[in-house]
Ligand binder design. Structure first.
Ligand SMILES: CNc1ncnc2c1ncn2[C@@H]1O[C@H](COP(=O)(O)O)[C@@H](O)[C@H]1O
Ligand SMILES: [Zn+2]
Length: 351
């Protein structure tokens, strides 16, 4: 099963850029940046970045600060983006949606330069991907709920401008950040309407922790996709009302098993809320979230779900098919990806 999961052409729809960069690149960037004063404490933190240990959700958010302390120039952002794309391609991910929060660093980088650095790298893929690999990459720009209303407004505005300039690359916006911070219901969520009317797709983190009113508002927003959805079912800190809304809308859900386990929002793989979704064929997309912080890969996530819930090879292929359908790719791109999946199934004797 491990080898099948590795060779299966996969689609990653929920990957945060600064949570996905390898510890190796993080260390290289840190050591080579003359503007950063080196300290043993930070070197220790970098070593723990990729430890893969279980930690609280709050501790996970501290891990991102490490990456953010290092990705402070457009060149660093380019290097990180390239590294992350190459690693996903090496894991046989044929389509990747990266999401990232535009970040300004006084004196070193503006938000526009940050976004441009990611877009430029995506456009340069043919120059660095190598002849035996294939990957299509899109960009979602994130709003970090912890950063407040002004930052949120700025990011949505920047996302709309980037979408107008690069409609084939910048395809969506994401709401993420520490789920215990920020006024999402009244302040941040309404801003996403502007993005929607400008043609951007909407992906929202939803119900990582219990919060009935906010989760209800997020469900009713009818995003194109939701992330996590942990605390919706009444057995998982949700309520009957939330669960019935969720079933009514059937918004595709990005499921991040290892992320949830390592942030301790679920007890074990066996008890993950995916067990409520598989029997009802709920549209789900297996995803990594932050492959470096949680020390995983997309192949590993497929293996875990296959082995924990005794899924067949065909069911794993169906995950890729569903992910293609609910991705923000163009219809031509979706057709190409479906053809690649069919080729694989034929090679495996599954067609
Ligand atoms: C663990 N579950 C999660 N829940 C919510 N937000 C998360 C997250 N994992 C990552 N992020 C969001 O992604 C940022 C890092 O990537 P970028 O700097 O944007 O590329 C984090 O600061 C956080 O806002
Ligand atoms: Zn996430």
């Amino acid at each position: 099963m491990e080898s099948f999961c590795s060779h299966l052409p996969k689609v990653e729809l929920h990957a945060h850029l600064n949570g996905s960069l390898s510890q190796k690149v993080l260390y290289e960037l840190y050591m080579s940046d003359p503007n950063i004063t080196k300290s043993d404490d930070i070197i220790k933190l970098i070593s723990s970045f990729h430890s893969g240990e279980e930690r609280t959700l709050e501790d996970c958010f501290k891990a991102f600060d490490i990456a953010h302390a290092v990705t402070v120039t457009p060149n660093a952002v380019k290097k990180v983006t390239k590294d992350v794309i190459c690693e996903f391609a090496a894991d046989n991910v044929m389509y990747l949606e990266i999401r990232t929060t535009p970040r300004a660093v006084p004196g070193a980088m503006t938000k526009t330069q940050y976004i441009q650095a990611v877009i430029d790298t995506i456009q340069e893929i043919p120059t660095f991907i190598g002849p035996d690999k294939f990957i299509v990459v899109k960009l979602l720009l994130s709003v970090n709920r912890r950063e407040g209303l002004t930052e949120a407004e700025e990011n949505i505005k920047a996302a709309i401008a980037a979408h107008v300039a690069y409609p084939e690359v910048v395809v969506g916006v994401d709401l993420s950040g520490n789920p215990s911070c920020g006024n999402v219901t009244d302040e941040i969520l309404p801003l996403f309407t502007n993005a929607r009317v400008s043609g951007l797709k909407i992906a929202l983190h939803c119900a990582e922790i219990p919060n009935e009113d906010e989760v209800e508002a997020i469900l009713k927003f009818k995003a194109d996709r939701l992330g996590h959805g942990t605390c919706i079912h009444p057995n998982y800190g949700g309520t009957d009302k939330l669960w019935s809304l969720f079933l009514q809308y059937r918004t595709p859900l990005e499921v991040c098993l290892t992320s949830n386990l390592k942030c301790q929002t679920v007890e074990s793989y066996e008890k993950h809320h995916i067990q409520k979704l598989l029997p009802i064929q709920y549209p789900i997309v297996i995803s990594t979230d932050d492959k470096a912080v949680f020390s995983t890969t997309l192949s590993e996530e497929f293996r875990v779900v296959a082995e924990t819930f005794s899924l067949s090879k065909m069911e794993l292929c169906n995950f890729t098919q569903k992910a293609i359908e609910v991705s923000f790719a163009s219809s031509d791109e979706k057709k190409l990806l479906l053809d690649k999946l069919s080729d694989f199934k034929r090679q495996q004797g599954l067609l």
